[in-house]
Design a protein around this ligand. Structure first.
Ligand code: SF4
Length: 489
């Protein structure tokens, strides 16, 4: 009990809000002093070291338990440049140990009731369930497979509680008829275009609605971001609802950053009831990217892979995360972010594979300026046999100024602009915006025929009026459309 706050039990930060027995406290202490120095254990109480090449992933500032975010690089974590991306270390070691396929298992979010406590008690209980003698006999056997099976029988129930039951398998959507126009067009084999329209920075909606009207005839769906750069804007769900009122099909982007598991499930049920069908699941820019004063950054409830898993099960199995049944199931066409240039292509491919297994039906990628690099990423996805399980829309942004190009290349994680493109923009002088449009058109042409590419995602944020021109000049406008006015302002 603290000296100056009588009546309060002393409780270090992030310890469970409950009193545990002396035995459990002693076990937790031993676990902390042994696993801390050995594995960098953070005492999350939901240990998954078996699946992460024996490196604790809990030092990731985004709390990602299922792989790197789109900002990961070989050099450092994009949130805290003084440390490496822990997921890069995990992937590297997993490849060296031949354990990379284990990274595909969809791991659960934390059971916060266990945070700060020990995991060894759970392991010991599971050893008793399997049979102490059987476990020890199997562990000294030479038979590698029997050893692995016994090991898994002990540790799998510990890391995969009944309410989660994650695996490394693909789960095809449990429905046949497309639930959205975007899905219908993709299923029909159309090369689709989606475009981003920026949500307003105030309560005024006029400009956004005009932009929605402007791009609507040229695209299959309109994306609304969810507070990019962790900076508040109008909510994606409000913008998506307004898009429906303007006869445009929305893609609701949801960032895990701002959601608890309760909030997420409540929001997607509401979205489905409002008629929003396309949902893009993202981890979101870290809170540290936002303007000061910065909010709490250490508690992140779910990651993007877990979000996909939760939403897919709500739709296909009619279950809430806690196991309760949903009487009327929501309808979703689920998307995720693809990041061809984030980490090494073979690392990234595991991450994308995991997202597809968890429930991603389409990818919208980060910006692509290097068709050859894109090809390498696509080849890695092809090796994993996932190109026929997911639709891929490639992110294209016309570069309007040289400053923007340098900013994207130097400061936006996962974006790479080759030198020849930067040189072209430099040489263009006052005609840089026009050169940017030409580059975008050339990129679309270069990626159009690539294996596994099903469309483009135009992110001309703040320059939405260029969308009709790019779509038309790229030959992607639907036939009934008139030629648009050319606008480069
Ligand atoms: S780069 Fe992303 S995944 Fe890697 S440690 Fe940082 S926040 Fe986590």
């Amino acid at each position: 009990m603290p000296l100056f706050t009588p009546g309060r039990r002393w409780q270090p930060a992030y310890y469970p809000f409950k009193k545990v027995s002396k035995g459990q406290r002693a076990l937790a202490f031993v676990e902390r002093v042994s696993k801390g120095p050995l594995f960098g254990c953070r005492m999350c109480g939901n240990c998954l070291l078996q699946e992460t090449a024996f490196i604790c992933p809990m030092e990731c500032p985004k709390g990602a338990r299922n792989g790197p975010c789109g900002g990961s690089t070989e050099a450092h974590c994009y949130v805290d440049e003084t440390r490496p991306c822990i997921w890069y270390e995990i992937y590297e070691r997993a490849f060296k140990m031949g354990r990379q396929e284990m990274l595909l298992e969809v791991l659960p979010p934390l059971d916060w009731d266990k945070v700060g406590g020990e995991t060894w008690g759970d392991v010991m209980r599971q050893v008793q369930v399997v049979g102490t003698k059987k476990v020890f006999t199997a562990l000294v056997k030479r038979d590698k497979e029997a050893r692995a099976a016994t090991w898994d029988a002990v540790f799998r129930p510990v890391r995969q509680p009944d309410w989660w039951q994650g695996d490394a398998e693909y789960h095809a959507p449990a429905y046949d008829e497309p639930v959205s126009e975007l899905e219908r067009r993709l299923k029909a084999g159309e090369f689709v275009v989606t475009a981003e329209v920026a949500p307003p920075l105030s309560a005024a909606t006029g400009a956004m609605c005009r932009n929605v009207e402007l791009v609507r005839p040229y695209v299959a769906a309109v994306n609304f971001t969810d507070c990019p750069s962790a900076t508040p804007r109008m909510s994606s769900i409000a913008c998506s609802t307004m898009a429906l009122q303007h006869d445009a099909e929305p893609v609701l982007q949801i960032a895990a950053r701002d959601r608890t598991r309760t909030g997420l499930q409540a929001e997607v049920l509401g979205a489905s009831a409002l008629g929003i069908r396309n949902i893009l699941c993202l981890s979101g820019d870290h809170a540290r990217m936002g303007p000061p004063p910065q909010g709490r950054m250490d508690v992140i409830d779910i990651d993007a892979v877990q979000m996909l898993w939760i939403l897919r099960r709500m739709r296909d199995e009619g279950k809430y995360l806690d196991g309760r049944n949903l009487k009327f199931r929501p309808q979703f066409f689920l998307g995720a972010a693809g990041a061809p240039f984030a980490s090494r292509p073979e690392f990234q491919a595991i991450r994308e594979h995991k997202k597809v297994n968890a429930g991603a039906q389409f990818f919208q990628t980060n910006l692509v300026y290097d068709p050859d690099g894109l090809e390498i990423w696509l080849n890695e996805l092809a090796k994993r046999n996932i190109l026929d399980k997911v639709y891929i829309l490639i992110g294209i942004t016309p570069l309007k100024t040289l400053k923007m190009a340098h900013y994207m290349n130097d400061d936006v994680p996962g974006v790479f602009i080759p030198q020849p493109i930067l040189k072209r923009l430099e040489a263009a002088g006052d005609g840089v915006a026009e050169e940017g449009v030409q580059i975008a058109l050339e990129l679309i042409e270069a990626i159009k025929g690539k294996q596994g590419v099903n469309g483009i995602h135009l992110m001309a944020v703040g320059w939405e009026e260029i969308v009709p021109r790019i779509v038309t000049e790229a030959g992607l406008a639907r036939p009934q459309l008139a030629q648009p006015e050319l606008c480069l302002n």
